[in-house]
Design a binder for this molecule. Structure first.
Ligand SMILES: Cc1cc2nc3c(=O)[nH]c(=O)nc-3n(C[C@H](O)[C@H](O)[C@H](O)COP(=O)(O)O)c2cc1C
Length: 260
């Protein structure tokens, strides 16, 4: 079991952005081994797992048009995020786990892009073995951006995000250092089509994450997006030295982070 490397993942929160055009360059053996390690050892909750596929992924990504969906090209490798569909809270758990892997990749200087809708499941399933109850919920290419300016640590892309006031449905963060740090990190989390479905309630010593709708959309559950935001919340809190624990809740609530 891997403990969260707080400093490097917290830093990666603001370095990560989605990249769809890759150079084809293969990561070094050392970097690949680090990715394999996080896939094998980051098991925060039961039911989800990540598998690194060391094969070019051109055939796996579908083309699409629009502001948020471009075909991913020339990625040397990809990672599949696999869910046991019988496990409770599996969508949020897969988001949380997948984002951990993505932040580790980012910390290693690799570009990534969550892809939940536009990939060929049949092609992925030819390259990995799934158990009966398992489903690939999303994948990410990993590699280096084709454009040097878009590489991790070089790019200064601005995040197009809602302001915190629009995401907080009750409570205030102004005077609470850990909660402010947690929500600033959650705010810039990635979500399908940048829909930012997470809403937050702040109470004494806790943050509750809820989904703004029960609908799916783009073939991706909003619970998965919220699971990604959960990891960002935890990293934001840990970065201020505050520990806590997650308890899962009844949908459309997702989970509550209670400071310990
Ligand atoms: C669960 C999930 C699924 C996504 N699916 C796709 C996809 O199918 N195709 C794509 O091009 N981008 C996809 N994205 C990337 C989002 O469009 C992107 O994260 C969002 O626009 C925010 O931009 P940023 O990641 O650069 O901050 C997905 C993101 C998430 C979190």
């Amino acid at each position: 079991m891997l403990d969260i490397p707080v400093d490097s993942w917290y830093e990666a929160v603001s370095l990560r952005h989605s990249q769809r055009k890759y150079s084809g360059e293969v990561p070094s053996d050392e970097v690949t081994a680090r990715i394999d390690k996080v896939c094998n050892e980051f098991k925060p909750f039961p039911g989800a797992r990540a598998v690194l596929v060391r094969e070019p992924a051109n055939d796996v990504f579908k083309g699409a048009v629009g502001q948020y969906f471009f075909k991913v090209t020339e990625a040397p490798y990809y990672i599949a995020f696999i869910a046991n569909m019988n496990a409770p809270n599996i969508q949020a758990i897969t988001g949380y786990l997948g984002e951990g892997v993505i932040l580790e990749a980012t910390a290693l200087g690799l570009n990534t892009c969550w892809v939940g809708g536009f990939f060929r499941r049949e092609s992925v399933m030819k390259q990995i073995d799934l158990q009966n109850d398992e489903r690939v919920l999303a994948i990410t290419p990993i590699g280096y951006s084709k454009e040097a300016a878009d590489r991790v640590g070089v790019s200064s892309k601005q995040y197009r995000r809602k302001i915190l006031d629009k995401l907080i449905v009750s409570g205030e963060v102004d005077d609470i250092k850990w909660a402010k740090s947690a929500l600033e990190a959650a705010k810039i989390a990635p979500s399908a089509a940048n829909r930012q479905p997470w809403r937050f309630q702040i109470n004494d010593g806790s943050i509750t994450v809820s989904s703004n709708s029960k609908r799916e959309g783009f073939g991706v559950s909003r619970r998965l997006d919220c699971g990604i935001a959960m990891l960002h919340i935890e990293l934001g809190a840990l970065a201020t030295g505050v520990n806590g624990n997650w308890e899962f809740l009844e949908f459309p609530d997702i989970a509550i982070y209670k400071v310990s």
